[in-house]
Design a protein around this ligand. Structure first.
Ligand code: PBG
Length: 328
């Protein structure tokens, strides 16, 4: 008797949309998506970000409106980035009780209460005139331990303004521990920490630096963010952050680092977030504007890929749009 081929027919489970839907292993839900938002001090109208079509620097009012829309669409949470009117060497505006993010946090927490999860990026690069993520030594290096004191103070200022989750993104050694201690001592035991644990020195952050007006004025961030060539180091960073008290951990960027997302997911028992960064967004928008890719399908595929790699949560500038599409 001749061999019968094919022996197996996996195509049976792919035949109809209903069959594919039933057997789909990865699902996206609005609550998995976190929307990063920029709020700028001293502007009368929202300002479009040229390198991120569809993204704006908000005024306090437009931020409130966009936050409501995101929450109505069902997104899981919001993460705020502030662009202050005045920057200086130590990033004074970052922990000023009247600083732009603190004001925005007060607005959003009074508007939304517990209807969403209100988060804030915790870093200095948006606030320093030199654009680095910390305080500089006289020779121009980022001073790790002096920077930790600034981060601790920013955490307390954000907590006092109503943040529920702080997201330290500066890649200073010991930052999670310093922030946890400061929050606890100030009585903010319930404020959680989402640590940007495995954060790479990535060219994919290019458009963000327009949005947050924080390009380093000299040098780059390679002396504190991770080398894209390294993988094991991410596990070490994640474990240190968990030991220091991180509640959630993050891998960033997402798309080019899916192997890291998977390894972290397999190694920890806390929620893992991945940040689909500005460059990942900009590349899709640019190609779609040329008609070179199907925009909606590429967006959904990119997010499905990040979830399939193991991310529980995805920070994405498409959060509201995708949440609406999933909800309808
Ligand atoms: C630092 C920070 C950056 C991003 C988020 N937090 C920039 C950087 O590290 O240079 C990048 C996000 C993006 O590219 O979308 N505060």
């Amino acid at each position: 008797m001749t061999a019968r081929f094919p022996v197996a027919r996996p195509r049976r489970l792919r035949r109809t949309p209903a069959m594919r839907r039933m057997v789909a292993q990865t699902r996206l839900a609005p609550a998995d998506l976190i929307l990063p938002m920029f709020v700028k001090e001293g502007i009368a109208e929202p300002q479009p970000v040229a390198s991120m079509p569809g993204v704006v620097q908000h005024t306090p009012d437009s931020l409130r409106k966009a936050a409501h829309e995101a929450v109505d669409a069902g997104v899981g949470g919001l993460v705020l980035f502030g662009v202050p009117a005045v920057k200086d060497g130590t990033g004074t505006a970052a922990d000023d009780p009247d600083g732009i993010v603190q004001r925005a946090l007060r607005d959003l927490s009074s508007d939304l209460g517990e209807a969403t999860v209100l988060m804030a990026d915790l870093c200095l690069d948006e606030y320093t005139d030199h654009g680095h993520c910390g305080i500089l030594t006289p020779s121009g290096e980022v001073d790790n331990d002096a920077t930790l004191e600034r981060y601790a103070s920013i955490a307390v200022a954000q907590a006092a303004a109503g943040v529920q989750v702080v997201a330290p993104s500066g890649m200073m050694d010991g930052q999670v521990g310093a922030i946890r201690t400061a929050l606890d001592e100030a009585g903010y035991r319930d404020v959680a920490i989402m640590a940007y644990s495995a954060k790479y020195a990535s060219a994919y952050y290019g458009p963000f630096r327009d949005a947050a007006e924080c390009a380093p004025q000299f040098g780059d961030r390679s002396a504190y963010q991770q080398d894209p060539a390294n993988a094991d180091e991410s596990l070490r960073e994640v474990m240190l952050d968990l030991d220091e008290g991180a509640d959630l951990v993050m891998v960033k960027p997402a798309g080019p680092y899916l192997d890291i997302v998977r390894r972290v997911r397999d190694a920890v028992d806390v929620p893992v977030a991945a940040y689909q960064v500005s460059g990942e967004y900009a590349m899709v928008e640019a190609a779609a504007a040329q008609g070179w890719v199907d925009r909606e399908r590429v967006i959904m595929e990119s997010l499905t890929g990040i979830r399939r790699a193991g991310a529980d949560l995805v920070l994405t500038y498409w959060a509201t749009e995708v949440a609406r599409r999933l909800g309808s």
